[in-house]
Each structure stands twice: as structure tokens, then as C-alpha cells.
Design a protein around this ligand. Structure first.
Ligand code: NAD
Length: 276
């Protein structure tokens, strides 16, 4: 079994990022907008801030209270769209339910949309055009490539259909000639689909949803899930048992999560290039 380390793959990508940054004379800047005091969001933003600092990219966090209105957020984003010092804009999710999430996200100029969540970037991705790719999906594809996992002709089963992970993986995997199945909360008999998979990518958020009996011997497992229980992190896959039959598997923590933050830096550079 090969442990697919997010850190090792990330270190490789970081070298590529450094080379790219050497060719950029201007200072890059990321602005993160946070609404409310969600504890997990604060942790994620902190790791984004650290990553930016390590590459000498300016970082600013703008914080609004829970009861903020759509209009205030939209006006702020328009201001940031027009600010030539700002390379990338990220709306930290989740935001409170009373806000119009789609409208707010789509106010972000697609050239500054470091999360790749605007309809323009999603459309471009699905149309095989150059686009900003959602960070986690990009990190997963880079990891599969780094660990030389064959995608062409492989049966890939994605579990979870979110805009952040499951859905953007579909065009990315199809582009690499994989056969793609997407399972979700309404899927009947998840196990039968999983037993047909050469590669499983699980992004659900349920501790140990995937157990050893649901996995083919020799399958490649990418565990995206982050489940914080009594201060400890677990994936969606029962790692301790599944690792015995998988050919390659990501750990939690130390797998996909590390890649997501590195992909953000790659996306800031991609945004910069789009704006040139
Ligand atoms: P989400 O929370 O928006 O949605 C969960 C998905 O799981 C839905 O599509 C739903 O249909 C599916 N689902 C729910 N129960 C299911 C079941 N029993 N069987 C099959 N499918 C089921 O998804 P998300 O935002 O992609 O997050 C999923 C998990 O991945 C969470 O634990 C999240 O914390 C984690 N995550 C990790 C990273 C990272 O960088 N490692 C990034 C994003 C999300």
C-alpha cells in the first residue's frame, strides 16, 4: 500500500509555484471575506493566511457580522473587483442562510474568483475552456497525477455531489478519459457502485462511511472528508482497515486538506495571469 501524502505532493507543487512567482514582478494579494464567527472557517482562513505569507502574497481578511445584508457584501465585492491591488477574492463558506449565496459569489469577477465557484468559471470548466478550478478538486487531480494513478479507462466513483468537490471533479476526470459515476445521499446501494470502482473519491462528511467490505482489493482511495469528533479528525473512510486492501490511499489529516491550501496559491497565480 502506498500512502498518498498531501505534504509530499504539495511540496512538489510549491516548487512549481516558486518558479512561477519568480517571473512575476508585481505583488499579489488575496482578500478573504468572512461572515460570522464560524470556528472551522477561522481555522481554514488561518491556514490560507499562513500559506499566502509563506509565498510573500499580501493577505487581508474582511469580517462582517452574521446580520449583514446582500447589498453591503455585493458593494464590497464590486469595490474589490475594481481594486487593481487585489488579485483574488474569496468568500469563505458557509455564509448565513438569509444571504443570497449564488448572487454574492457571482458578483466576484471571474478573473479574481480564486475558488472557481462563479457560474462563468464552472461553465468554462465544463466546456473544457481554461478556468479557475475549485481548489480541492484541483488538489485531488494533482495528487492522482503525482502518484501516477492511471485515469484513462478507469472506473472512478465520486461520493458526494457538492459544488466544491464532487461536481467539478466530473469534467476534470472525463477530460482524463476516466469513466465517472457520482453517488450521493439518494443513491441506492452505495456498496454495489463502490465495488465496481478502481478509484474512489469520497467527499461526504460522515466518519467511516466507507468500510473495508465496500472496497475492491487494489482500489485507489481519496478521502476528502473532514470529521472533527472530540477534537480528533477523521475521514469518511475507515482508514485503519481499508488501508490493508487499497493500493494507494490518502490519510486524514495529511492528505487532501494540505493540497487544497496549496491549490489556492496556484489559483491566485492563475487569476493574476488572467488579469494581465
Ligand atoms: P457537502 O457537505 O456540501 O455535501 C455532502 C455530500 O455528501 C452531498 O452531495 C450528499 O449528497 C452526499 N451524501 C450525504 N450522505 C451520503 C451518503 N450516506 N451516501 C452518499 N453520499 C452522501 O459536501 P462538501 O462541501 O464537498 O464536503 C464534504 C466533506 O468534505 C466534508 O467533511 C468537508 O469538511 C470535507 N471537505 C474537505 C476539504 C479538504 O480540503 N480536505 C474540502 C472541502 C470539503
Amino acid at each position: 500500500m502506498i500512502l498518498m501524502s498531501g505534504k509530499d505532493c504539495s511540496n512538489y507543487i510549491k516548487e512549481e509555484i516558486k518558479k512561477e512567482l519568480n517571473n512575476i514582478n508585481n505583488k499579489l494579494k488575496l482578500v478573504v471575506i468572512r461572515v460570522g464567527e464560524d470556528a472551522a472557517s477561522k481555522v481554514y482562513i488561518n491556514s490560507k493566511k499562513k500559506a499566502c505569507e509563506s509565498f510573500n502574497i499580501d493577505f487581508e481578511e474582511i469580517v462582517y457580522p452574521d446580520n449583514i445584508t446582500d447589498d453591503i457584501l455585493i458593494n464590497k465585492i464590486n469595490e474589490l473587483n475594481n481594486d487593481t491591488k487585489v488579485t483574488g477574492i474569496l468568500l469563505q463558506l458557509p455564509i448565513p442562510n438569509h444571504l443570497n449565496k449564488d448572487k454574492i459569489i457571482n458578483t466576484i469577477d471571474y478573473k479574481k474568483d480564486v475558488d472557481g465557484l462563479t457560474t462563468i468559471n464552472i461553465g468554462k470548466l465544463n466546456n473544457n475552456e481554461k478556468s479557475i478550478i475549485p481548489c480541492t478538486a484541483l488538489g485531488i487531480i494533482n495528487m492522482l497525477k503525482y502518484y501516477e494513478v492511471n485515469l484513462e479507462g478507469s472506473n472512478v466513483v465520486i461520493v458526494g455531489r457538492s459544488n466544491l468537490v464532487g461536481k467539478p471533479l466530473i469534467p476534470l476526470l472525463l477530460k482524463n478519459n476516466a469513466t465517472v459515476t457520482v453517488c450521493h445521499s439518494k443513491t441506492k446501494d452505495l456498496k454495489s457502485h463502490l465495488l465496481n470502482a478502481d478509484i474512489i473519491i469520497c467527499a461526504v462528511g460522515k466518519k467511516h462511511l466507507i468500510t473495508k467490505d465496500m472496497v475492491n482489493s487494489g482500489a485507489v482511495i481519496i478521502d476528502v472528508g473532514i470529521n472533527r469528533i472530540d477534537g480528533k479528525l477523521y475521514g469518511d473512510v475507515d482508514f485503519d482497515n481499508v488501508k490493508d486492501i487499497a493500493s494507494k490511499i490518502t490519510p486524514v489529516p495529511g492528505g487532501v486538506g494540505v493540497m487544497t491550501v496549496t491549490s489556492l496559491i496556484s489559483n491566485i497565480i492563475e487569476c493574476y495571469k488572467l488579469q494581465m
